[in-house]
Design a protein around this ligand. Sequence first.
Ligand code: SF4
Length: 88
Amino acid sequence: MKQTARTSTATASPACAGLPARTVFAEREQDALPALRACRRCLVRRWCEETVAPAASWFDGVSAGRLWRNGRPVTLRLPQEGQEGGEA
Ligand code: SF4
């Protein structure tokens, strides 16, 4: 059977699986960092954003590599791993 993006998404696990809810649904950037890091290696990012629909649901928390508050992406202020100025 030919592997499609849809079938691979259906079999992939969210990289944030196992993280505590207070991290995935964090409102503060500092608390959300483990989930934001997980998003970087997550194979279901597109599915995550389509499913959560942050703007439509006024979502608070992490989805698809962004921290959302009231459905709007939060501008991150802390240095992120792998970015200039960040710590490894
Ligand atoms: S993209 Fe979504 S499912 Fe994947 S790690 Fe981030 S919050 Fe979790």
